[in-house]
Design a protein around this ligand. Structure first.
Ligand SMILES: *Cc1c(COP(=O)(O)O)cnc(C)c1O
Length: 404
């Protein structure tokens, strides 16, 4: 049973006020709110088991290590990865993508090609550009249509034996498009290219099955899925992680060190130099448990209802245009009102207690595609309600009256 009031009670921040108005939080695409179990688990860790991991034989160090490794296994099972050493703790999606891009610097040669899509977040563009600058490889872009859907026939034409890696988001943060990544992964594999999925926007809404997708890498952040900031996961197939050079050197990632030569530790430690965000890694497991208890079917059902309802209500506003009208879409609505700058609407509705994001959403090429400076983005989570959508719609109407 999906009991929305019970769920909302799990999130202390949802009953606070902003500008004296009850908070309506529709900026879930930027970061999600945290349930009490997550907030309490952070404090419990520091009160009861704080110690460094993988280092001491003392009791607390063992407890911390066990909890950290148990969380790794939980995430392995959540993603249906084959091995727990294929799960690398990172500080977030950005860190995960940079780790893979850096590893490919030792693999790519001049004139090799890297493919990204027209709707990537900057963190799935810039690391690949840096990689291409370092290696002389070329960055190619999979185009999209007006609805915000990738054009697979063009993707097919771009793929060749020169393609070494394809990096595409599972769900677009700017448009909400759910990309057909399983099919795209299969196409990349036919030319021998590796495939990285940027799952940052997907993991709050669905449960990825990395073996079924057959992706080579799947990266995401903890903070968008009810977990703490500064946490994330890089899943990589064992054969790829073994092949890639580590991104950072330091403690914990070595087997032996002399001044002449260092040999690296095995997986997953090779990619986990230095003291990690131990509390964060453990509590990311708590967040995964929390979401699974609610159930991803219930989550996506509720969010889809919000999406359909909000789309219909917003489109009743004269001059409102939605960007991103893909057939397969997550609960993200990017829109503008004719003749009004998105920033002006965002500012007015913030005064009415509504949190949305305005701007380019770290996806400037998407804004350039539509020839707009930015959009207003309302992104819904399972703890949002239709009543909140009504408040958004009313506020946008008010803002429109004030500005036109
Ligand atoms: C948020 C986001 C990122 C970056 O995540 P960080 O947590 O800032 O590292 C990358 N890709 C997409 C699609 C995102 O939504």
């Amino acid at each position: 049973m999906f009991d929305i009031q019970k769920i909302r009670a799990d999130f202390p921040i949802l009953s606070t006020k902003v500008k004296l108005k009850p908070l309506v939080y529709f900026d879930n695409g930027a970061t999600s709110q945290k349930p009490k179990v997550v907030i309490e688990a952070i404090s419990k860790y520091y009160q009861e088991i704080n110690a460094n991991i993988h280092r001491g034989v003392h009791t607390l160090s063992q407890l911390a290590t066990d909890a950290y490794e148990a969380s790794r296994i939980k995430i392995q099972q959540h993603l249906n990865a084959q091995f727990s050493h294929e799960i690398i703790f990172t500080s977030g999606t950005t860190h995960g993508i940079n780790t893979v891009a850096n590893g490919f610097a030792f693999i790519l040669k001049e004139d090799d090609e890297v493919l990204v899509s027209a709707m990537e977040h900057h963190s799935n563009i810039v690391p690949w550009q840096m990689l291409c600058e370092r290696t002389g490889a070329k960055l190619k872009v999979i185009p999209m249509n007006e609805n915000g859907e990738l054009i697979l026939s063009e993707y097919k034409k771009l793929l060749s034996e020169k393609t070494k890696i394809v990096a595409v988001n599972h769900i677009s943060n700017a448009l909400g498009t759910i990309n057909p990544i399983k099919e795209m992964i299969e196409m990349a594999h036919q030319v021998g290219a590796a495939f990285l999925v940027d799952g940052a926007q997907a993991v709050p809404h669905l449960k990825p099955n990395v073996q079924d997708l057959d992706c080579d890498f799947y990266v995401f952040s903890g903070h968008k899925m009810c977990g703490p900031t500064g946490t994330g996961i890089l899943y990589g197939k064992e054969k790829w992680l073994n092949k890639l050079h580590p991104y950072q050197g330091g403690g914990e990632m070595i087997e032996t060190v002399t001044f002449e030569k260092t040999t690296y530790a095995g997986l997953p430690h090779k990619f986990e130099a230095g003291t990690p965000n131990i509390a964060g890694g453990i509590v990311l497991g708590t967040a995964v448990d929390y979401l699974n208890e609610i159930g991803f079917e219930a989550i996506s059902h509720h969010e889809h209802e919000l999406l359909v309802y909000a789309t219909e209500k917003l489109l009743e506003i004269d001059g409102l245009k939605i960007y991103g009208t893909a057939k397969e879409k997550a609960s993200v609505i990017s829109f503008n009102i004719e003749g009004i700058h998105p920033y002006d609407i965002g500012t007015i509705i913030d005064n009415l207690g509504i949190a949305v994001r305005t701007g380019h959403h770290c996806a400037q090429p998407v804004m350039d595609f539509y020839k707009i400076p930015g959009t207003i983005r309302a992104s819904f989570a399972f703890y949002n309600t239709k009543q909140e959508v009504d408040e958004l719609v009313d506020s946008v109407k008010k803002a429109k009256l004030m500005l036109s």
